[in-house]
Each structure stands twice: as C-alpha cells, then as structure tokens.
Design a protein around this ligand. Sequence first.
Ligand SMILES: C[S@@+](CC[C@H](N)C(=O)[O-])C[C@H]1O[C@@H](n2cnc3c(N)ncnc32)[C@H](O)[C@@H]1O
Length: 485
Amino acid sequence: MQLLESEAAARLGLARRKSGYDRAALRRVYGPDAAAAADRADYRALLAACGDDPLGVWTRLFTVGVAASEAAAAEAFAPLGLDEALDCGLLVRSPGGVAAGWGLQFAGERAVFSDQLPNTTGGRSRDHVLGIGGASELLLDAALRSGARTALDLGTGCGVQALALAGRAEAVTATDLSARALAFAALNAEVNGAELELLQGDLLEPVAGRRFDLVVANPPFVIATPGRGWTYRDGGREADGIAAELAAASTGLLNPGGTMQFLANWLHVRGTDWGERVAGWLPETGARVWAVEREALDPLDYVRTWQRDSGESGDADQAAAWLDWFDEHDVEGVGFGMVNIRRIEGPSEIVCEEARHAVEPPWSDRVADWFAAREADLEPETLWASRLRLADGVSLQQAAELSVEPGSEGWEVDRQWLQQRHGMRYAEAVDPLLVAFLGACDGKAEVRLQVQLLAETYGAETAMLYAQLYPIIRRLVERGFLTQG
Ligand SMILES: C[S@@+](CC[C@H](N)C(=O)[O-])C[C@H]1O[C@@H](n2cnc3c(N)ncnc32)[C@H](O)[C@@H]1O
C-alpha cells in the first residue's frame, strides 16, 4: 500500500517547507499570545490572523482543523497538485472548500503525517494510524542518543520513532503489522528526506534472526479491549502478553552491549508484586534491566481512559466485559512504564522501581546514567580507594519535632534524608553515621581515610565499619548522590 508515490511525497515535503509551516511558525508569525491561546484550544486569535497565504492555509488545516478555499489550498500545496492531495486522502472536500484528511504534527524539526486529525479524539477506523501522543513523546525523550549504528523501531506507526533514530544511527529498520502504518512511515521518511527499511509483519517475525544496537518500541500495549480491538493499541495478545514477548526476545534482538527500550502496561495481580511479574518475563542470563513504573491505574480508571481514547465511553457493555475480565484475573491495577534492557554477559540483573515524580529531562540522560552507574567498577576495594564527592544539587533535609519533655533539648531531629535537585531527583533516608561520612565527601579524601577517622570517633573497628557502610555507599553512588573522583 502506498499513500503517495515517493516523488509526490517529496513534493509534499517541499510544499510544507515553502509554506514555512513548522513548530515555531505560529509563535513567530502570529505572535506568542495567539500561539499560547492555540495551545489551550482557543483559536480565535489564530483564525483572525490566518489569511489565504500558504502558511495561513496550512495553519487553518493542520492546527485549527478548519477548511480553506480550494484556490488557496491549490497554491499552498504546490508543487503537489490539489487532485493528488485529494486522491491520497491528505485533503477532503468540505463545505468551506477542502479540509485536512490527515493530521500533521512535529517531532523536533520533522513533520509527521498520520490519521490523527487536529482537535479530535475517538471516531477512528480500525486501521487508524496514530499521530504523536504522550507515549510517543515519552519514548522520543527516553531513546538513547548515541552509540547505535543499527536501530530498530518495532510497531512504528507513522514512523515517528524511526525518523528520530534516522538522525542518529546509520541504518534504521521499522516494522508494523499495519500496511497503512507502513505507508505513512514511508511517506514521512520521504517528506523528511530520511531513509528507513520498512518491514511488515507481526511483532518480531519480520526481523527474525537479526540483531541491532538499539531497539525501541511503543508497542500496542493496551490490555486487550473486549471486542474487535484497535490495531494501534491492542497487539492481539492476552493481557500484558505483548510486553512479556518483547522482554523475552530482548537479548536475542540485541548486539552485545546493545539496548532495548520499550513502553508497556503490566498487570498488578492481587497478592503479587508487579516487579516480580516483569522480572519473570526476562531471560535468566544476558540482560541488565531497569524497569520504571510511571503510573498505575485501578481497572475502572484504566477502562475509562482507553474508552475515552477510542470514543467508546458510551459503550457500557464493553466496559462491563473489560472490568469482568480484570476481576476474573484478580487484577487490582495496571502499571505503565518503561523497560530498558542492555545485553550483557552473565546472569541477568533486574531492577524494577516506581518513579511517579517529574525527573530532570531528558529521560535519555537518566537511562544512560543508570546503565553507566551499573557498568562502573564499584567493588569494595575500588570504593575503598576512591575519593567521593557529593553530587551537585544534593542537599540534606531534616524533619524535627519539638520536644517539651523535661531535660529535652527542644527541637529533636527524627528524620534525615538526602534530596537530589537534578537527575532522577531521588530522596534517600540517611542516619547520623552516614551524615557524618557524607559531610566529608569533598572529592579530596579517600574513603579509606574517612572510614578510619569515623572508626576512631565512634570507637569502632575500621573493617567492621566499612563492611556496614559499603552497601550503603555503593547504593548512593549507583543512585547518583555521590560521584567518584
Ligand atoms: C501505539 S502505536 C505506536 C506508534 C509509534 N511507534 C509511536 O511511538 O507513536 C503501536 C503500533 O504497533 C502496531 N501494531 C499493532 N499490533 C502489532 C503487531 N502484532 N505487530 C507489530 N506491530 C503491531 C500498530 O499498527 C501501531 O502502529
């Protein structure tokens, strides 16, 4: 299936560039107030300002979602013919002339066409090709920026992840089950002058036997909608089977040292830990894994969210069937998050954690930092000889209670913790011994000397004290509170 011949798609890309329509155009041309109002879906200022010039036409069609006259559209899309734009579905006839048949969004400088019309939700066809949504943005932000010669985007949809990878890797492969999705990905590659290898098929089947340096996937991870489902979000597997399949296949898809990053939903089954469920999907050897849960919804909120997404909020039978399925399977919630897997030698190391707060962007730095910390030599002898420094932006916070007991000293600190202003913005409880140790972490004294001094102060045996402190110091280094050297 092809939406436009590649030569015509290139002309569409040219028309877009000539019109000047891009992410910054609204603000630059129509002013920050009109752009800010449009961000909040108040288009009055924009409608008043948009003329029949090419930028005005593209803005009316793809930002506001209203019609433009045929004559103005013909000029705005040249050198693509108006007939070509109508034939492929980019434009549709409407009472005011022509309206957008596809959506157009931006990922950085890249223009990305899809079925996602401006200002609409629901009312989609079964083979609807998603535009750039919240999950797409999260993965765009999280995908590692360097170190990949070959990259794979599984379930590419309109191609947004693959296009981002094309700027960083030498060869990018993108797969999808949907012919229409691949047609959009091909069109978007042409429009942006990028080269993608596009393969059609179910999940891993089109890349069987191949390995990559970086694999990303924003897969159809929704816990199956009862009924016919939606290709863009239901992967045709039971429960969270799509994530389980990707996790199990991860090391077989990666070159040594390569990384796979995918978004997923996982079940919270009553009486079990979600982390154990995710860990159970992974190979026993060869994977270093960081799974981060960003949110968890109870079944009712989950069903409501996805019914709203597909415009099925009124379908009470579907909601009932879906909720019954959750009950029958003892599901009390659904987690959403990101799984990062690096291929390593030896037994798998798996860390599953919740991070619901806003971390310092971009996520790609957080992921790179996490793997770097795990790959550093943090053996007891190494830390013993290293000079540790408190990381920038780490502060010690205290909570105190006022004691009025006779003989008390007034405010009594009952809790102390370290707080990061940067990176993952973790908080970590610390005790007075550790506070004393951290107070001397200025990057000059070796840990060995610090521990000897502390041992003298507390009348402890140095080796015993280090044995007690080592796992805590190691954790603080791994979590970015302390840096080496
Ligand atoms: C949530 S969309 C992601 C689109 C895009 N990668 C992004 O980040 O916005 C999931 C994509 O997976 C595709 N898909 C659905 N079932 C699939 C399957 N069994 N195998 C491969 N791709 C599938 C859908 O057609 C859709 O394009």
